[in-house]
Design a protein around this ligand. Structure first.
Ligand code: FMN
Length: 308
């Protein structure tokens, strides 16, 4: 996929645009948006009529085809000009910085709405290099005091995924996915690595060296219920892994239906290890539509318990 800019230059600015053609033009854009490929669109707001569309297309031909099938162009209101375009990021060597946060991307929000649990996959494997990229992205997740208590067990080979499936109530999606990861957490980290976490805070000037002992005690006091903390931190890791996969065209699932004891035994996890869940990822063989959600009014309270 590449990004393209489509300039719609007004051919006949005098004739009023009919409401039906404007509606069709919007529907044309909506279809691109529904596939998560519309980056920006809107009319020019100065004296020259026309508009701009920025979208992602596999190649120039398909970008041109999209532009030519725009109802404004078909109706003769506009002439389309298509240019290949790239975001400016520090990472891609362009000098300009579009946004102060280089990780922002307008399609990211849309991707969150398009995600749907997927349990059927093509047999195509995920290259080891990509698995490493995804796991590295998951390890960039936030954790309490940056303690990084995750100890994931990556099941990439078919044998490992089958071993895992047997610990997951034999749910077949586990071995069908090209990658499955047990999101395990070592709660001992909360106790043992509190001094290191305190030193990190001191290093970054958030605490003074004199406050080291009280900071260590404070950090430990935040983990009175290590089970809860382990699940919390492990879940964040897992979901970051799932979203990292989506960013590369993979689809997958969360799985909570597993047998803790069987998993501990099969993969040699220490008794103290806590498992937040299992994530599966693969190349989808089905396109699932996002499942319905309750309304914001039903679920969200603004300054009070929802519905109270
Ligand atoms: C923590 C968690 C555990 C889940 N466990 C299972 C599971 O064991 N088996 C399964 O088929 N789906 C499992 N799911 C998937 C849910 O059924 C699915 O997320 C839900 O139906 C909403 O669908 P969506 O993810 O497509 O929006 C789990 C989801 C979550 C978040």
């Amino acid at each position: 996929m590449h990004d393209y800019v489509i300039f719609l230059h007004a051919v006949d600015a005098q004739t009023a645009r009919s409401a039906a053609v404007i509606r069709d033009h919007c529907a044309h854009l909506d279809r691109l948006d529904a596939e998560g490929r519309l980056i920006a669109a809107g009319p020019f707001a100065d004296s020259e009529a026309g508009g701009l569309i920025v979208g992602s297309f596999p190649d120039l031909q398909q970008a041109v085809a999209f532009a030519q099938s725009d109802p404004f162009v078909k109706r003769g209101y506009s002439r389309a000009q298509v240019r290949r375009w790239e975001w400016s990021y520090p990472e891609n060597g362009h000098l300009g910085i579009v946004d102060p946060f280089p990780g922002s991307h307008p399609r990211f929000l849309n991707s969150l709405h398009l995600r749907a649990t997927t349990r059927h996959f093509s047999p195509r494997p995920i290259a080891h290099e990509l698995v490493e990229l995804l796991v590295a992205a998951a390890l960039a997740a936030p954790s309490e005091f940056n303690l990084q208590p995750w100890r994931p067990v990556v099941c990439h080979s078919s044998t490992d995924r089958q071993r895992l499936q047997r610990c997951c109530r034999d749910q077949v999606q586990v071995s069908a996915a090209a990658l499955a990861v047990v999101c395990a957490v070592d709660p001992r980290v909360f106790e043992d690595q509190a001094p290191r976490a305190a030193d990190e805070l001191i290093l970054h000037g958030e605490r003074s060296p004199e406050q080291r002992d009280e900071t260590i005690a404070f950090i430990r006091s935040c983990f009175v219920n290590p089970q809860d903390s382990a699940i919390r931190n492990g879940t964040i890791f897992g979901h970051q892994l799932l979203l990292a996969g989506l960013s590369r065209g993979l689809a997958g699932f969360w799985l909570g239906g597993f047998d803790q004891d069987a998993l501990h035994q099969e993969f040699g996890l220490p008794t103290r290890a806590i498992i937040a869940g299992v994530i599966g990822l693969g190349w989808p063989s089905e396109l699932n539509h996002p499942r319905p959600r309750h309304t914001m009014e039903q679920l969200v309270g603004w300054g009070h318990w929802p519905g109270a």
